[in-house]
Design a protein around this ligand. Structure first.
Ligand SMILES: [Zn+2]
Length: 229
């Protein structure tokens, strides 16, 4: 496993987003220190969740005889780099779906724990747990967007591969989807920052840029999610 230096930046940015933006809105009238403490806790938990997402890909890949060279965490998520391509389109799709399924399960579990534990938790801790659930569910939805190198791009590739019986045709389609998504996210992220002054738009803009120009940041054939240089 490898943690890219940009992952530290992502933890810092996430901590700030939670401490300055989301937690004070959800759990009003707590101390500023408690927002930072809980914000840092959620940011770390989000990264632990990303790791579990990648390990889910790796575990399912192993069932299809596909090994995982390394798992990388970085600014925009993670990647489980496989040493060989999936043997069939179905295997490709199932390996891709395993990650978002794990994230969705983590999200639902966080929410369920928050509901059950609500009477015992401080408002800030409760808000932190709810945001952890939301972040995981949002991540499950985001990575299902149909463009390489996201999981949704792999599913798109598997669909085209199974229809045309040509894996490379599927690859090209998924890469085109990734570029189109990149332009869309870059514009939407910039609009969110400029029009609404919401800091979180920066992340979407950076993610959009990484998708739009995957060659400068990622190696196209490696993993289900975006990979650092
Ligand atoms: Zn994934």
């Amino acid at each position: 496993m490898e943690v890219h230096s940009s992952a530290a930046a992502a933890v810092a940015v996430l901590t700030a987003v939670f401490a300055l933006g989301l937690l004070p809105v959800t759990a009003a009238e707590a101390s500023i220190a408690s927002y930072w403490f809980a914000g840092f806790g959620v940011a770390l938990a989000v990264f632990a969740s990303l790791l579990l997402h990648e390990l889910a890909h790796a575990a399912v890949a192993r069932r299809y005889g596909v090994g995982t060279r390394r798992v990388v965490l970085w600014l925009l998520g993670g990647a489980a780099e496989q040493d060989t391509p999936a043997p069939t389109p179905l295997a490709d799709a199932v390996i891709a779906v395993a990650g978002p399924l794990a994230s969705a399960a983590l999200g639902v579990t966080s929410w369920a724990v928050a509901l059950v534990m609500a009477p015992l938790l401080s408002p800030t801790a409760l808000a932190a747990l709810l945001w952890l659930g939301t972040a995981n569910l949002a991540w499950a939805v985001f990575v299902l967007l149909p463009g390489a190198p996201l999981d949704g791009g792999r599913i798109l590739r598997a669909l085209v591969w199974s229809r045309t019986r040509d894996r490379h045709h599927g690859d090209r389609t998924a890469r085109r989807g990734g570029r189109a998504l990149g332009v869309l996210l870059l514009s939407a992220g910039a609009a969110v920052v400029i029009l609404f002054g919401q800091f979180v738009g920066v992340w979407f803009a950076v993610a959009g840029w990484a998708l739009w120009a995957p060659r400068t940041i990622t190696s196209a054939e490696t993993g289900p999610d975006a990979v650092p240089p």
